[in-house]
Design a protein around this ligand. Structure first.
Ligand code: NDP
Length: 465
């Protein structure tokens, strides 16, 4: 590997680059360790796109993003000053000549592009003479279905080896996901109860107040199932459901989480939702207020084709067919325009085998809760009431998880820049994630599951609670 690296961002005029990627890079400068700073030393950030933009404008974009994260000092200034912008269409082989002339040392190509053009660009790259050490970073969604993902994997394999491909899922860089691994495998308190003997159900929820926010072009063809459950929440499930790996080295951890996903399928057991036997549910929001903001009906938002029937709230129940988890429903849910949204991993524990006679008062289900916003761990317990001996009351023990100045995208970029795919999605896993949700996509496309409605600002359809 060379001392210098070029990070070439394709689609650099887009939302992802400005809002998440560049600030992620900045956060590594602002809050990273010396090893991160070493990775960034000698990095040239080239932005590229078909839009006309000068290098000065691009440097301004990088600077603003860095400032938003508190990245300053010599390294930040040098990275900004070295940044360049090249007008090019990545789908055109001729345009790559100018792009590759700018590359110094190793090359990382970051596809911050709409999913529809990724395969075309991968084909172009396969015919180019790329630097000896080239890595590719790709965003989600990775393909449209399992077959498509297999095909895309084959195309990418013609460019570089699997170890040099980073299928990015920034939830794998989330503090709570990293904390789940840390808590489970390093504390006697958690791992011994982390199984079907003790756990009744697992809920992985990521609801948000945000609505469409002008992203109809992408979201209306994706919906909550593809946008959130098929990628992010299945990655979270893989970490929650994994067998303990021998080490957290890339091969051990990714083998273990991949095995968990291979064992995962749509729930086929007893009804798990209170009012329905369906292993999947979908709904979309109608007009309402969320945290003081008025949202129109999703169906009347600009750019939305109401007839597509895109869901803004999705819930599926899965089972993980292993000795550890058989019989435990894993419920994944994500919705937009939700009032007081929950974002958490919740393990509800089974009742104790025997409660001593003579105790009165209200206990509660024992739960291990890992919260996303803010990163937090809490234990809901049945505790001592306080007023009278042997009286019971619900109690909670909780605390914030350590904060990090490095954002989730910063974590992802740390792996990409450091040539470490531990927190990247492996090719076979990308295919598995589509395989798991395919029966739901099929039944929704046949309208077998009704598209329900909920007012923006509520928790979802009234019948779901
Ligand atoms: P955009 O739709 O903003 O597109 C990014 C850029 O791609 C555009 O600015 C455009 O630049 C270029 N582009 C668009 N169409 C074409 C085309 N036909 N051929 C070549 N270039 C094209 O996407 P985002 O930035 O929102 O997202 C990029 C990727 O990241 C997507 O895969 C998305 O799913 C993923 N992602 C996005 C998130 C977000 O919050 N935005 C979050 C997580 C993942 P130009 O016109 O200059 O060429």
């Amino acid at each position: 590997m060379s001392d210098s690296t070029t990070l070439l961002i394709l689609g650099a005029s887009g939302d992802l680059t400005e809002r998440l990627l560049l600030p992620g890079l900045g956060s590594l400068i602002a809050g990273g360790e010396q090893t991160d700073l070493d990775l960034l030393d000698g990095l040239t950030v080239i932005g590229s796109g078909r839009s006309e933009k000068s290098t000065e404008e691009w440097r301004g974009t990088v600077k603003t993003a860095f400032e938003s994260t508190g990245a300053k000092g010599d390294l930040a200034s040098r990275t900004i000053d070295a940044a360049e912008y090249v007008v090019a269409d990545p789908t055109k082989q001729d345009d790559w000549r100018g792009l590759l002339q700018k590359v110094q040392g190793d090359l990382i190509v970051y596809f911050a592009l709409p999913p529809s053009v990724v395969a075309t660009v991968a084909n172009v790259l396969a015919d180019l003479d790329l630097p000896e050490h080239t890595e590719l970073a790709l965003e989600k969604p990775f393909g449209n279905d399992a077959e498509d993902a297999v095909h895309l994997n084959e195309q990418l394999a013609k460019v570089v080896s699997e170890q040099q491909i980073h299928r990015v899922d920034h939830f794998l860089g989330h503090r709570v996901v990293l904390a789940t691994l840390a808590l489970r495998f390093n504390n006697r308190l958690f791992e011994p109860v982390w199984n079907a003997e003790s756990v009744e159900r697992v809920e992985i929820t990521y609801d948000e107040e945000l609505g469409l926010e002008g992203r109809a072009g992408y979201y209306d063809t994706a919906g909550a199932l593809r946008d959130m459950l098929q990628s992010h929440l299945l990655q979270v499930l893989s970490v929650v459901a994994t067998e303990p790996p021998a080490s957290i080295a890339e091969i051990d951890l990714r083998d273990a989480t991949a095995a968990a996903l291979r064992a995962t399928a749509l729930w086929s057991g007893d009804p798990v939702f209170p009012n329905t036997t369906a292993p999947s549910r979908r709904a979309r929001y109608t007009a309402g207020e969320v945290a003081g903001r008025h949202f129109p009906d999703y169906a009347s938002e600009e750019g939305v084709d109401a007839d597509r029937g895109t869901e803004t709230l999705a819930q599926i129940a899965l089972e993980v067919r292993t000795a550890r988890w058989a019989g435990v429903p894993f419920i994944l849910r994500s919705g937009k325009a939700i009032g007081q949204p929950a974002a958490s991993i919740v393990l509800t524990l089974r009742p104790v085998n025997h409660r001593p006679d003579g105790q009165t008062g209200d206990g509660q289900a024992e739960r291990i809760v890992l919260g996303f916003k803010p990163p937090r761990v809490s234990l809901s317990l049945t505790a001592e009431g306080g007023s009278m001996p042997f009286e019971l009351e619900p109690g909670t023990v909780d605390g914030d998880l350590p904060k990090s100045a490095v954002t989730e995208y910063g974590e992802v970029l740390r792996g990409v820049l450091g040539d470490d795919p531990t927190l990247s999605v492996r090719g076979d896993v990308a295919v598995q994630c589509w395989r798991i949700v395919q029966p739901v996509l099929d039944s929704w496309s046949k309208n077998e599951v009704p598209l329900e409605e909920y007012a923006a600002g509520t928790k979802g359809p009234a019948s779901w609670t």
